[in-house]
Each structure stands twice: as C-alpha cells, then as structure tokens.
Design a protein around this ligand. Structure first.
Ligand SMILES: [Zn+2]
Length: 68
C-alpha cells in the first residue's frame, strides 16, 4: 500500500473517530517526502534541516532532497 492509498483507506474506513484519523493521516503524510523551503528549513515545522539527513529532526517529516 502506498502512502496515498493509505490516506484514501483512512478516509473510507475511519469515519467515526476523527482523532484517530487525524493522527494517522499526519503520520502517513510525514512519510511522503516534502521539499525543504528555499533557505533549507522544514516545510512542516520550520526547523533547520541539517544537510545529510532524510528526516526532519524536529517533527519527523521526510525530506525530499532531489538534486541537492
Ligand atoms: Zn520538521
């Protein structure tokens, strides 16, 4: 199951527990790599991104370092 499929599954199957849905979808979304901001901060929590890491040290957001 890809991350996108997992998010769709959540949408369909967890409709009566918004807290669980929110926590799970946040956790899945952090696994989908996001590009850092232009000045190299995490686009989720704004923490400084240390070069050589693939995850934000602060919030766990996966970092897309394509071409860097
Ligand atoms: Zn972060």
């Amino acid at each position: 199951m890809t991350n996108e499929e997992a998010l769709k599954w959540l949408d369909k199957h967890i409709i009566d527990n918004l807290d669980v849905k929110l926590i799970a979808s946040k956790a899945i979304k952090k696994q989908i790599p996001k590009k850092p901001t232009a000045d190299y901060h995490c686009s989720t929590c704004e923490a400084d991104i240390i070069e050589s890491v693939n995850y934000c040290w602060n919030c766990g957001q996966a970092i897309d370092r394509d071409g860097k």
